[in-house]
Design a protein around this ligand. Structure first.
Ligand code: ADP
Ligand code: GLC
Length: 490
């Protein structure tokens, strides 16, 4: 068998920006495939045909019709929506009864998970595996299947138990979501009973999509080298650390990149005034515009920016706990995000106590996210765990030094400013270790002290702006990984 010059990679994902995005997975699914294509791969991105995608691609044509594959997996179609970037074609899984739903792809408007998610993402996984094994029907044989998070993590199990031969890679973006369902679902998903065992799809008496994928895929990746280490520890492993240690020879951490066109202060159409490393003085206009937009007082103290899901993972509770103290220290806060209702309420109450000093926008707004990256003086990301994190890289690019907890990808991208790193020229932000309010406050205090030293601050900003965060490096790494799984030229 001769090996194809451009490996055929089927990239299966439950979200893709800008059409359907709840977080970083959507960004990665939009930016990594084009980078892989530039690295010489040929890509098909498989994503459910949610209404936003049906509207965006009304011309999408049927590529293949797939018969019902199990009791709860009805007949469906894969539509070809055409090339969305050079070398990247979008395939939409069309099954209206499962995916024709507006809003968040995982939850109802109330925030409750859809009660048929097991069939919805079982179907996405099953179809991904089916496409691998039916290259004849699609006219596009698959060399490697690349799955992402629990929503597509059952695909390696289908390949394994239904005698599929395509190698698979599973990337973990978030280990906290497992996709766990009752054992009784197995038959209706079209999996054999014998799959329900500790070295199969079983996890503490339940069927777990993520566990299945981690156990049965050929290679596991996650989105930073540091998180690849952390996830093997009890503290970060979400119960899966034992399995991850067992499979550590198959586990690699590959740092995400960022979309350097979308997140570029020199060309960003969403910000007030564009700037570069050589015109950094212009950044102040964005700070003025941000204050005006959010009703923050005119002042010379720093604006601390936050763009984040409001959840325990992101340390939102620490911001609520220390918000009053941050204001007493003289900081202003510009926050946007959404998530758990009690955390949203806690931040709203903080803003209500400090008019003109704290602004909290509950919701999702790309424009404001860009304006905060450009207009804030300092970016805050006190995450409890963070597989990679994209916002700290955006903020580095915008000359907005980040304050982060030293974990996951944050530890891989942010170099704490101290005498040594400042002298060396590597410092680009601030990092603290303990997920506590005191540690956060102490770190902000350090940052605010340096902020009052304009020469050194400018240096810190420039160090961050010089950072290399393109997808090129990651894409080359993934390509090597794919090739290691493909049969060599015979
Ligand atoms: P995660 O995927 O864990 O939420 P990341 O830092 O990897 O964290 O990615 C989050 C992405 O979602 C970034 O592109 C960020 O700008 C965006 N984002 C998060 N919350 C909001 C919001 N409320 N409005 C606009 N963009 C947001
Ligand atoms: C997840 C992680 C985040 C990562 C993103 C993209 O949502 O929480 O750290 O950057 O996926 O890989």
């Amino acid at each position: 068998m001769k090996r194809r010059k451009s490996p055929h990679i089927l990239f299966a994902t439950s979200e893709i920006a800008p059409w359907v995005k709840t977080g970083g997975l959507g960004d990665v699914a939009a930016a990594l495939p084009p980078a892989l294509a530039r690295a010489g791969c040929d890509l098909r991105v498989l994503v459910p045909c949610y209404p936003a995608l049906a509207r965006a691609f009304p011309e999408a044509r049927e590529r293949v019709r797939i018969p019902g594959l199990a009791l709860r997996l009805p007949e469906c179609r894969v539509l070809d929506a055409g090339e969305i970037a050079a070398g990247v074609t979008l395939w939409l899984l069309d099954c209206p009864s499962r995916f024709e739903r507006e809003g968040n792809p995982y939850t109802e408007a109330s925030g409750e998970a859809w009660n048929d998610n097991v069939w919805r993402f079982g179907m996405l996984s099953r179809v991904a595996a089916w496409l691998c094994e039916n290259g004849g029907a699609t006219g596009w044989p698959v060399d490697v299947l690349h799955c992402n998070d629990w929503h597509t993590a059952l695909a390696p199990a289908y390949l394994h138990y239904l005698n599929g031969e395509t190698p698979s890679v599973l990337t973990v973006h978030n280990l906290a979501f497992h996709g766990q369902f009752p054992e009784s679902c197995i038959g209706d998903l079209g999996l054999p009973r014998r799959a329900f065992r500790f070295d199969g799809i079983e996890f503490h008496g339940k069927l777990s999509f993520l566990k299945a994928g981690l156990q049965l895929c050929d290679r596991i990746t996650t989105v930073s080298p540091n998180y690849a280490r952390e996830m093997q520890t009890e503290a970060y492993g979400c119960g899966l650390d034992g399995l991850l240690r067992y499979r550590r020879n198959r586990l690699t951490g590959i740092l995400n990149g960022i979309d350097e066109e979308e997140w570029n202060p020199a060309t960003d159409p969403l910000i007030d005034t564009r700037y570069t490393i050589d015109t950094l003085d212009q950044k102040a206009a964005n700070t003025r515009a941000l204050r005006a937009e959010l009703g923050l007082d005119t002042d010379t103290t720093p604006v601390l920016g936050v763009v984040s899901r409001m959840v325990h993972q992101k340390g939102t509770d620490l911001l609520i706990e220390e918000g009053d103290s941050l204001v007493q220290m003289g900081a202003q806060l510009a926050i946007i995000g959404s998530g758990e209702k009690p955390l949203e309420a806690g931040l709203r109450a903080l803003a209500a106590r400090h008019p003109g000093r704290v602004s909290v926008t509950v919701g999702y707004d790309e424009r404001l996210a860009h304006q905060i990256e450009a207009g804030a003086d300092i970016f805050l990301m006190p995450s409890r765990f963070e597989p990679c994190g994209l916002n700290q890289m955006y903020s580095l690019r915008y000359g907005t030094p980040p304050i982060v907890r030293r974990t996951g990808g944050l530890a891989d991208t942010v170099v704490d400013a101290n005498e040594a790193t400042l002298a060396h020229g590597s410092a680009n932000g601030f990092a603290f270790d303990h997920a506590s309010g005191e540690a956060l406050l102490a770190c902000v205090r350090r940052a605010m002290t340096l902020f009052r030293d304009p020469v050194r601050w400018r240096q810190l900003q420039k160090n961050g702006m010089r950072g290399q965060f393109s997808w090129k490096h990651a894409a080359a790494h993934y390509r090597t990984l794919y090739e290691s799984l493909m049969p060599s030229v015979r």
